[in-house]
Design a protein around this ligand. Sequence first.
Ligand SMILES: NC(=O)c1ccc[n+]([C@@H]2O[C@H](COP(=O)([O-])OP(=O)(O)OC[C@H]3O[C@@H](n4cnc5c(N)ncnc54)[C@H](O)[C@@H]3O)[C@@H](O)[C@H]2O)c1
Length: 291
Amino acid sequence: MSDIKTIGVAGSGTMGAGIAIVAARAGFRTVVYDTRQDALDRSRKQTADFFAKSVQRGKLTQDQVATIMANLVGTTNLADLAACDLVIDAVFEDLRVKHDLFGKLNEVCPAHTIFASNTSTLSITEIAGGSGRDDRFVGMHFCLPAQLMKLVEMSPGLNTSEETFSKAWAACEAMGQRPVKTKDNPGFILNYFLVPYNNDAIRLVEAGVAEPADIDRAIKEGLGYPMGPLELLDLIGLDTQLLLCEALYGVTHEPRAACPPLVKRMIAAGHLGRKSGRGFYTYQGNAMFGG
Ligand SMILES: NC(=O)c1ccc[n+]([C@@H]2O[C@H](COP(=O)([O-])OP(=O)(O)OC[C@H]3O[C@@H](n4cnc5c(N)ncnc54)[C@H](O)[C@@H]3O)[C@@H](O)[C@H]2O)c1
């Protein structure tokens, strides 16, 4: 049984909003902290929309949703995370930002609070080094979209205690997720495969071998994947793909992990994917066009 009752999520963007849904839906009191009130407002609206669909589909009742939403609070005051037994970081992918966050959290949270990072590319051991409690620090890498994907890659840093890892693992399972253990290694398991694979698809577009929609259709119909690589890249964001490539290539020097030039041109043009309304496809609301 998990002895974690209250979960904090730092960062209320793409991943933080999804992780907060997962925690609150599983019955944890959930405190979401962001420096920006507009980010909190946006994610609260997305969360309400998500749960409204869950009611329409018969997965939850109105009463259950009311209880979940009452247990899910947003704050711009870092000190409100002091009540948490586990705090999961989903702030910007920047070591200095994460060190600053965890340094401050270490001041406000009690000694038993476990810190976790959802980083995709940074070293858990390095982030933990700025937390003042690297023995109570663990990697918890959720997949996008966190509210729908069950897999969580869990990595101990070099100084993570066994007790911390097993408590965080139990909390992850209590959140209804399916953890898998990996070393603190660039890309963990998923991105070690996914980044080069997505780059291969981008290089096919770059070389004019096929249109994005045809590449996606071939992968879905031929390999049975639920999403094609180019629609997935539009969801991940081309700016995020660049960061993933830089981090993975920087350590592995695997040529397939090197960022294809097209990614940088798309970023320069503002074609970041769904979030900017245009990537390999164009978007209006939830509708996707072209490719
Ligand atoms: N996007 C993905 O596909 C994905 C998947 C898995 C993991 N991740 C990881 O999750 C983390 C967040 O990524 P994202 O895509 O959700 O980013 P995002 O840009 O969508 O959201 C980041 C949020 O953090 C807030 N923030 C920034 N600095 C803060 C601080 N010091 N304190 C509190 N809030 C702060 C921002 O206001 C923003 O709302 C990163 O570490 C990333 O590597 C991303």
